[in-house]
Design a protein around this ligand. Sequence first.
Ligand code: SF4
Ligand code: SF4
Length: 348
Amino acid sequence: MGCWLIRNCRESGYILGFDRDEGTFIRYDKNGSEPFCNAAGPELLDIAITNYCERECDFCYRASNRQGSFMRLVDYELIIKQAEKAGVLQVALGGGNPNQHPHFVQILQKSRDHNIVPSYTTNGQGMTDEIYAATKQYCGAMAVSWYEPYVDAQEVIKRASAYGIKVNIHFMLNKLNLPQAMELMEKHTKLLENINAIIFLNYKPVHSSDALCLTDGNEIKNFFESVKKIKNCKIGFDSCMISFLPLMGGGLLKETVDFCEAARFSAYISENLLLYPCSFMNDISGNGIDLKKHSLQDGWRFGEEFVKMRERLSRPGAQRYSIPACQTCENYVMCHGGCPIFNINRCR
Ligand code: SF4
Ligand code: SF4
């Protein structure tokens, strides 16, 4: 039992519980229905504190590179104050490679100073003892991306465990790398005992080819069979994978699953302070809300993309790439039509 925060979100009709130490998160609607959205503001903010990344992967949805810029510390302070006021509980720091931000440790500390639990994902480069110590002191979780050469991720897992940190592995799943995902689950059993979870993220075709999008078929079914056999660590999925999760069959605990949370419980802020429902919209939508001119809460309540996103998630057929089968699908209650923005769903 850690340090629980219980909040009555009266305007939104539900109660939330958040364990700041363990990360457990519960929403409870007294009427027994699923809470749809937090009307007052996001519970989780995804913040790109930089677009700098030394790896320059060709599939990066932000096309991050060595010329990428860094969010100014004063700008981070501006948004973290607004976030606290809006009731944000957690920030997921990303980029780019966030730990390469020159003020990264201060950013972690400032988040905690404002009662917000930070977490982050690294590509494995630029991790220092100071950063591991600050991670242990301030963060709820950290993750490392599983990209070749895997030695980077393996080194992070090893060094983090010396600080008592169990990291998550983030694995971006596309049509071609399903065999590597299965290999990670089946052949790296010792390594997986030292991590918390593998989180599989659905590939999004932003700055890269849509030929890599996951499709239905035997390969993905075999992948889910491997998932079901895993015993030595937890497995998670980003909500962008939701339309594939029915393939888990009875192996899925429905209470632990939620559909796309963008504009319902989470939002994204870019390194130049533009607010969007989700990070993957940064480079496809010109409608980011400038947080130097508008408040986070106003953007959340009234921003055009936010209102549109909630509408897309509230009824079948409203997605950008609508799926006729959603109208009669028995999984709609759980899935809500998959991703409302990208054509990355199993049933497209
Ligand atoms: S809009 Fe699509 S890509 Fe963005 S968080 Fe939702 S499911 Fe994922
Ligand atoms: S048909 Fe629609 S609701 Fe059903 S699983 Fe596919 S995307 Fe989800």
